[in-house]
Design a protein around this ligand. Structure first.
Ligand code: NAP
Length: 253
């Protein structure tokens, strides 16, 4: 028996990147995983296929977040597929990466960023809680950009909101034994992190800022999520857990 045998999990934005690694890992731990995605049917199918090939259970759920009715679409599909089973683990991972620098951000891109990164997780949680088992897990993916200054101001603001949401929600649902935590990755190599290599040595410089001397891999983040989803993390709630390999801990002297 594995840590999540018999449990169900919803991972938003699980068609690629960190979300895919989380979905794969939760499935390895025994969960039946709802692989949510926005538009890329092929990538979501790949995640589900990999889980099934490894002997796990998963299904894809398409719902574009940040548009009217988004959460209704997501939960219509989820309710149908769970067929009366409770939801045990919710991982709010889907997010837009950036609206650019202060100068580049427009009111429209700012609103879109907050709609996908803040409003959608808030209302997903609101809808998920009534169908969540007591002792369930809510894990919100934040970013180390809430501690380290980066040019993407609006993005960092959305993740600050995620941290605040996580702490207050932990208080609200604690009496049900539900834990709520935020996980804050540092720079992590995914299919969409080409930007790190965009300027010649940015990837190298970001990696050199890590105590562990390299950039993160999606599986590094997924390991932390598997722990938080497990019974071993039952006494851990309301925390922002940085999973960065020790990113910008201090000057290297
Ligand atoms: P990613 O590779 O860009 O993947 C994003 C996922 O979210 C995809 O599955 C995408 O699905 C989905 N998604 C994006 N916008 C959506 C929308 N409007 N509606 C529905 N689904 C949507 O992201 P990632 O780099 O793995 O990042 C995952 C999480 O970690 C995010 O919360 C991010 O802020 C955080 N994070 C990442 C890093 C990093 O360096 N990678 C660092 C710190 C924090 P479709 O493609 O199908 O739309």
């Amino acid at each position: 028996m594995t840590a999540l045998t018999g449990k169900t999990a919803l991972v938003t934005g699980a068609s690629r990147g960190i979300g895919r690694a989380i979905a794969l890992r939760l499935a390895v731990e025994g969960a039946s995983v709802a692989v949510h995605y926005g538009s890329d049917d092929q990538a979501a199918g790949k995640t589900v296929g990999e889980i099934e090939e490894a002997g796990g259970r998963a299904f894809a759920l398409r719902a574009e977040l940040g548009v009217p009715g988004d959460v209704d679409v997501l939960f219509a599909g989820l309710t149908d597929r769970l067929a009366g089973r409770p939801l045990d683990v919710l991982v709010n991972n889907a997010a837009l990466a950036s609206a650019g620098s202060l100068a580049e951000t427009t009111p429209e891109t700012f609103d879109r960023l907050f709609a996908v990164n803040v409003k959608a997780p808030f209302f997903i949680i609101q809808r998920a809680l009534p169908m969540m088992a007591d002792g369930g897990r809510v894990i919100n993916i934040s970013s180390a950009a809430t501690r380290v200054a980066l040019p993407e101001l609006a993005y960092a603001m959305t993740k600050g909101a995620v941290n605040a949401l996580s702490r207050s929600l932990a208080q609200e649902v604690g009496s049900r034994g539900i834990t709520v935590n935020a996980v804050a990755p540092g720079p992590t190599l995914t299919e969409s992190s080409d930007w790190m290599g965009a300027t010649s040595d940015l990837e190298g410089r970001l990696g050199a800022a890590n105590a562990l001397d390299r950039l993160g891999q999606p599986a590094d983040i997924a390991s932390a999520i598997a722990f938080l989803a497990s019974d071993d993390a039952r006494w851990l709630t309301g925390e922002v857990l940085e999973v960065t390999g020790g990113w910008f801990l201090g000057p290297r002297i």
